[in-house]
Design a protein around this ligand. Structure first.
Ligand code: ADP
Ligand code: MG
Length: 298
C-alpha cells in the first residue's frame, strides 16, 4: 500500500504542472542519482530560427521549394521551422526582375524519415535528401567539410546525389535550463546530456550549462545503449526527453519524464511523469518534493 503522504506530494507536484502516471514514481524520484537529458526541446526551446540559406546552382526560392516539399511532411521541430521560413519566403512578393516561373509543382512523394539523420524523398522526379552531414556522408555525397565545425545546426540538401546547399538554423537555451542543471548538481545528482545533434553544437550547449558529461551524434539506438550502460553501472536514472525518438529511452529509464507541451505523443504516452509547461527546472523540484514527502511519511 502507498503511504498517504505520497498523495500529498503528488498533489503538490500536480499543482505545479507535473503529472504522475503512478503513485510510486514520486518514490522513484527520491532514489534518482543520475538525470539524463535530451538537448533539443528539453534543455533548448526546440524552436529553430533559420539564420542563413546557401545555395549552389538554384535560386533561393526554387531551393526552398524543394526543401519545403520534403520538410513539410515531417513534424520534427527542425522541419516545422524550415517549412515556416520557406513558406514565408516563397509567398513573399516576387523580386522586381521576374524569375521565370518553373512549370512544375513541388510536392514530395516516397518520403522516408531517417531517425537522427533527416529525410529522403522524391520531388519533381528528383531524389532529394534533407538532413545532417552524416546523412550525406552515408550516401557518399561530397560537401564542404567546414560545415561540420559550425557551432550551429546545419541542414544540408542534396539533389540527385549532389550537394545543392544548406541552411544554418539556431535554437536557444530555455531560460531556466542553467538553473535546473545547477540545482541538480548541487543536490549531488549527475547530469548527462545526450543528443543526435553534432559535436560542435552539443559541446557549446554543455559548456553554457555547465554539463560535464555529454554525447553528440547519437542515433536513437545509441541513446538506448548509453542508458543501458549507465543502468549496468548501477545508476538510478531519470531520463527527460520530448521527441518521438526518445520514447525507447523514456521507457528504459527508472523514471521516464516527457515534456508535455512540445513533446511528441509517443514520448508523452510512454512517460511516467509529464512536465506540462516544458520547464526543466521542475525536475530538481520533483526530487525535492519526493525527499520532503518521504521524510513526512517516515
Ligand atoms: P535530438 O537528439 O537533438 O533531439 P534528433 O535525434 O531528433 O535530435 O535529430 C538529430 C539530428 O538529425 C538533427 O540535429 C538534424 O541534424 C537531423 N535531423 C533529424 N530529423 C531531421 C529533419 N526532419 N530534418 C532535418 N534534419 C533532421
Ligand atoms: Mg529531441
Amino acid at each position: 500500500s502507498i503511504p498517504l503522504g505520497y498523495f500529498g506530494g503528488i498533489g503538490l507536484a500536480s499543482k505545479n504542472g507535473v503529472l504522475f502516471k503512478g503513485a510510486n514514481f514520486l518514490d522513484v524520484m527520491t532514489k534518482v542519482n543520475t538525470v539524463v537529458m535530451d538537448k533539443t526541446g528539453t534543455l533548448t526551446k526546440g524552436v529553430f530560427e533559420v539564420q542563413t540559406v546557401k545555395t549552389n546552382q538554384l535560386d533561393e526560392r526554387t531551393f526552398l521549394q524543394y526543401v519545403a516539399a520534403v520538410e513539410s511532411k515531417s513534424t520534427h521541430p527542425i522541419s516545422t521551422a524550415i517549412t515556416r521560413y520557406a513558406e514565408h519566403i516563397i509567398n513573399s512578393p516576387k523580386p522586381k526582375v521576374e524569375i521565370p516561373k518553373p512549370d512544375y509543382s513541388f510536392s514530395a512523394t516516397d518520403v522516408t524519415e531517417i531517425p537522427g539523420l533527416g529525410l529522403k524523398a522524391t520531388v519533381n522526379g528528383k531524389s532529394v535528401l534533407v538532413g545532417n552531414t552524416r546523412l550525406l556522408e552515408r550516401q557518399g555525397i561530397q560537401f564542404d567539410t567546414g560545415l561540420v565545425d559550425i557551432a550551429e545546426t546545419v541542414v544540408t540538401v542534396a539533389i540527385d546525389g549532389v550537394y545543392e546547399g544548406h541552411l544554418v538554423i539556431a535554437d536557444a537555451l530555455k531560460p531556466d535550463a542553467k538553473a535546473a542543471v545547477q540545482a541538480l548538481q548541487k543536490a549531488g545528482i549527475e547530469v548527462v546530456m545526450l543528443s543526435g545533434d553534432k559535436a560542435s553544437v552539443v559541446k557549446s550547449v554543455a559548456d553554457q550549462l555547465g554539463i560535464k558529461q555529454y554525447a553528440p551524434d547519437l542515433l536513437p539506438e545509441h541513446k538506448v545503449e548509453h542508458l543501458t550502460n549507465l543502468k549496468a553501472a548501477g545508476k538510478t536514472i531519470a531520463f527527460v526527453g520530448d521527441g518521438i525518438n526518445d520514447a525507447p529511452v523514456i521507457a528504459l529509464a527508472d523514471a521516464g519524464i516527457a515534456m508535455g507541451g512540445l513533446g511528441s505523443d509517443a514520448a508523452i504516452e510512454t512517460a511516467d511523469i509529464v512536465i506540462q509547461n516544458d520547464q526543466p527546472s521542475k525536475i530538481p523540484g520533483l526530487i525535492r518534493i519526493g525527499r520532503i514527502t518521504r521524510n513526512i511519511v517516515w
